[in-house]
Write a protein of this length. Structure first.
Length: 153
């Protein structure tokens, strides 16, 4: 028997073995509950964007965004906090209810992802071109820019 086996045998043979095992189990369970969830991957981020825009759900769209986000709606571009941007987009989606949304293209670089999409709304016969820029962060992809082109372009 090596040193490790002898130590393990002494622990398991001691009158405190049940208490030690319980404490060990509690420690393992506590550790498992604080392990962070995996970072959002690119496919998850694009799926969330697709769903959020199709539903006109500003809160879902901006849930994974940077603290400051640039919005350009029909050429008016402004920098907003996440909560301000949520209010602006809620109003936009209420006035321009999406009927469908499709992702057209995406380009990835070392630090970011640029995505093009087309959104159909009840107000316009032609699809509106949309552009998203996402930033790679340690905990996943963060939306940092959202642009909707004017339908007459």
């Amino acid at each position: 028997m090596n040193v490790f086996e002898r130590a393990l045998y002494r622990i398991l043979d001691s009158p405190y073995s049940r208490s030690i095992l319980r404490l060990g189990l509690i420690a393992v369970l506590a550790f498992c509950t604080v392990i962070p969830t995996r970072a959002q991957n690119q496919a998850d981020a694009l799926s969330t964007i697709r769903r959020a825009v199709a539903e006109g759900n500003a809160k879902l769209l901006l849930a994974e965004s940077t603290e400051s986000i640039e919005l350009a709606l029909f050429a008016e571009s402004h920098q907003y906090t996440r909560s301000q941007a949520t209010l602006v987009l809620k109003k936009f989606f209420k006035e321009n209810k999406p009927t469908s949304f499709e992702l057209v293209d995406s380009t990835r670089s070392n630090l970011g992802l640029f995505v093009e999409g087309r959104m159909r709304t009840i107000n316009y016969q032609v699809p509106l071109r949309t552009y998203f820029r996402l930033k790679k962060s340690p905990d996943g992809w963060k939306l940092r820019e959202f642009l909707i082109e004017s339908p007459d372009r």
